[in-house]
Design a protein around this ligand. Structure first.
Ligand SMILES: Nc1nc2c(ncn2[C@@H]2O[C@H](COP(=O)(O)OP(=O)(O)OP(=O)(O)O)[C@@H](O)[C@H]2O)c(=O)[nH]1
Ligand SMILES: [Mg+2]
Length: 314
């Protein structure tokens, strides 16, 4: 069904990853910013590996774009992990952003009691809102933000008046997104540069999920009375409603795909979450199976090559 996987790991991400690893020992709390619409797929596996027993606050940002019921499920799910606190926020509300700092002070009160600063580091994948969170906390623009991935290119330290030190870091992905579902969701929500994805494939994947999980929102947005059952017809129906026509009256599926993805990204479809905790277990199993299948295939090919070589030698 799905055969492509997103790979986007430019040089600055590689460098940022190394710098983050070096800085970790001097950090009291990791603030990992996730996208509330994809709390699993926006988790960087590297953070899990390097954090060891470090405290982590998982911030589900952009909760204004996510399905509130799903967000509640995710918060409970994420907090099952040792040393993890999870909160959902939107940077539209200053009071919600401030909760991150309140939580920091609650989690390591001894640092401030000793007159020391609380050292935190904001991490996360591209475009989740790390720099916007920092600007909101400090009340002015100190970090550059933008509605595309890879805006921040360097680590930046900021001292807050309440004795908390924040480091903004560039958004990083990882060299290969093994789970193709995650790849599509990262692309759909805007974590991946547009040139590193196929709009049409991402849109087809997304529309299929939306038709199952949020049919009413889809119907309402595009004024479609009854949703066709396959993804191509669905995209055609959207294209038709939006006047995406090519010469000869054919539907321009690329244009329709752009419309769908943009509507999803800016919330025009209403609050949507693209994954829930139960889906993930199944997907991870599939990924494992796929990896072992590929490994077996490799071993087999190697074995055949060896046999062929020996046969030819004789
Ligand atoms: N709807 C919504 N948009 C948000 C929220 N927080 C941030 N954004 C938008 O998300 C986009 C990315 O924000 P940034 O702060 O630049 O993201 P970043 O994580 O620093 O991105 P990189 O530096 O590229 O890794 C901007 O267009 C923000 O306005 C939020 O809570 N809700
Ligand atoms: Mg940034």
């Amino acid at each position: 069904m799905i055969n492509n996987s997103i790979q986007w790991f430019p040089g600055h991400m590689h460098k940022a990853r190394k710098e983050i690893e070096e800085a970790i020992p001097r950090i009291d709390i990791i603030i990992e910013v996730l996208d509330a619409r994809i709390p699993f797929s926006s988790e960087n596996p590297m953070i899990r590996r390097i954090r060891k027993d470090k405290l982590v606050i998982k911030v589900l940002n952009k909760r204004d774009l996510a399905d509130p019921e799903m967000t509640a499920l995710w918060l409970a799910h994420l907090e099952k992990e040792q040393g993890v606190k999870a909160i959902a926020i939107t940077t539209n509300e200053i009071s919600e952003v401030n909760k991150i700092m309140e939580l920091c002070q609650k989690l390591v009160p001894h640092r401030t009691d000793m007159g020391k600063q609380i050292r935190t580091m904001i991490m996360g994948i591209p475009n989740v809102g790390k720099s916007t969170i920092i600007n909101t906390l400090i009340g002015r623009v100190v970090a550059k933000t933008g509605n595309q991935p890879a805006v921040t290119r360097q680590q930046q330290r900021i001292n807050l008046p309440n004795g908390i030190v924040l480091s903004d870091t560039p958004g990083i992905l990882w060299p290969k997104v093994e789970n193709p579902h995650s790849g599509f969701r990262l692309a759909a929500t805007g974590a991946v540069k547009d040139t590193a994805m196929e709009y049409d494939e991402v849109a087809f994947y997304t529309v299929e999920y939306l038709a199952k999980a949020y049919p009413e929102q889809l119907k309402k947005r595009y004024q479609i009375e009854s949703l066709p059952t396959n993804d191509v017809e669905l995209m055609e129906a959207i294209g038709e409603k939006r006047g995406c026509l090519r010469s000869g009256g054919r539907i321009d599926l690329h244009k329709a795909s752009e419309i769908l993805i943009n509507d999803l990204r800016n919330g025009a479809l209403g609050p949507i979450t693209l994954e829930h905790p139960e889906m993930i277990t199944k997907e991870l199993l599939e990924v494992e199976e796929e990896i072992s299948r590929k490994t077996e295939e490799k071993i087999k090919t190697k074995e055949e090559r060896r046999k062929r070589y020996l046969r030819n030698k004789r």
